[in-house]
Design a protein around this ligand. Structure first.
Ligand code: IPE
Ligand code: IPE
Ligand code: MG
Length: 246
C-alpha cells in the first residue's frame, strides 16, 4: 500500500510519445510499410488503455508531423485512413473511460470529414474528467511557435497589448497545449535520437527517453518500463539537488 502511494506520487503528470518505427517494423518482416502503421494502431490502443489504468493524467501521441506530408500520397492516405478509423471505432470506449480528447495541429489541411470527426470527438468528451488524450496530427512545433508569435505581434500592432508585458506564460497560453501541463517525460521509440519538431517549447525541461523498441512492439510493459526509468531520473530545473543545498 505504502509502495503504491510512493509509485503514484512519482508518476509523470504528462507523458508525450513520438511513435516511430512502423516502417522499419514492417520492412523487417518483408511487409509493406502500411502493415507497420496498422500494427502501430494496436500499440496506440494498448498504450492508451494502460495509461488510463495507471491513472496517468495526460498522454500526448505524435501521430503525423507537418513534415509527414512529404511522404508518398498512398502512405499519407493510409495514415489519414487510420486516424479516421480510430475516431470511428474507439470513441465509444474512450468516452466510456472518461477520456477527454484533444487534437493539436494544423487541422484545416486534413479532409473535411476528418475535421468533423475531430470536432465531434472533442465536443463529446469536453466535460470528461479522466485522462487528457491529445493526438498531435499535422503538428509541427516550429509552426506552432510562429503562430503564437504572429498572434502576439498582431495584438501589439493593433495596440491591444504592450510588447513589454509578453511573458513565457502569456506566450504558452497561445500554444495548442495551453490547457495542459508541460510534458515531464517524452518517449521516442525506434532508436532515433531527435525530437522531429515535436513539442519544442513544451519540452524545455522534459526528461527524454529514447527506446530502441519499434512502435508496433511498444506495449503496456514498455510503458511501465519507461515510467520506471522516469522514476529514477533526478530533475533539477537548473537549481541544485537537495543534498547539495543541505
Ligand atoms: C512512425 O513510423 C509513423 C509516422 C511517422 C507517421 P514511421 O513511418 O516513421 O516508421 P519508420 O521510421 O520509417 O520506421
Ligand atoms: C516523427 O517521425 C513523426 C511521428 C512519429 C509522427 P518521423 O519518422 O517523421 O521523423 P524523422 O523523419 O525520422 O525525423
Ligand atoms: Mg520514422
Amino acid at each position: 500500500m505504502v509502495l503504491e502511494n510512493k509509485r503514484a506520487s512519482h508518476l509523470p503528470k504528462h507523458v508525450a510519445i513520438i511513435m516511430d518505427g512502423n516502417g522499419r517494423w514492417a520492412s523487417k518482416r518483408l511487409l509493406p510499410r502500411e502493415a507497420g502503421h496498422y500494427a502501430g494502431m494496436k500499440s496506440v490502443r494498448e498504450t492508451v488503455r494502460a495509461a488510463c489504468d495507471l491513472g496517468l493524467e495526460n498522454l500526448t501521441l505524435f501521430a503525423f508531423s507537418s513534415e509527414n506530408w512529404k511522404r508518398p500520397k498512398t502512405e499519407v492516405g493510409v495514415l489519414m485512413g487510420l486516424l479516421r478509423a480510430y475516431f470511428r471505432s474507439d470513441m465509444d470506449e474512450l468516452a466510456g473511460r472518461n477520456v477527454r480528447m484533444r487534437i493539436i495541429g494544423h487541422r484545416s489541411r486534413v479532409a473535411s470529414d476528418i475535421q468533423k470527426l475531430i470536432e465531434e470527438s472533442e465536443k463529446r468528451t469536453l466535460t470528461n474528467t479522466g485522462m487528457n488524450l491529445t493526438i498531435a496530427f499535422d503538428y509541427g512545433g516550429q509552426e506552432e511557435i510562429v503562430a503564437a508569435a504572429r498572434e502576439l505581434a498582431r495584438a501589439a500592432a493593433d495596440g491591444r497589448i504592450d510588447p513589454e508585458t509578453i511573458t513565457t506564460e502569456l506566450f504558452a497560453a497561445r500554444l495548442f497545449t495551453s490547457a495542459l501541463p508541460s510534458p515531464d517525460l517524452v518517449i521516442r521509440t525506434s532508436g532515433e535520437h531527435r525530437l522531429s519538431n515535436f513539442l519544442l517549447w513544451q519540452s524545455a525541461y522534459a526528461e527524454l527517453l529514447f527506446l530502441d523498441t519499434l512502435w508496433p512492439d511498444f506495449d503496456r510493459a514498455a510503458l511501465e518500463g519507461a515510467l520506471a526509468q522516469f522514476d529514477g531520473r533526478e530533475r533539477r530545473f537548473g537549481a541544485l539537488d537537495s543534498e547539495a543545498v543541505a
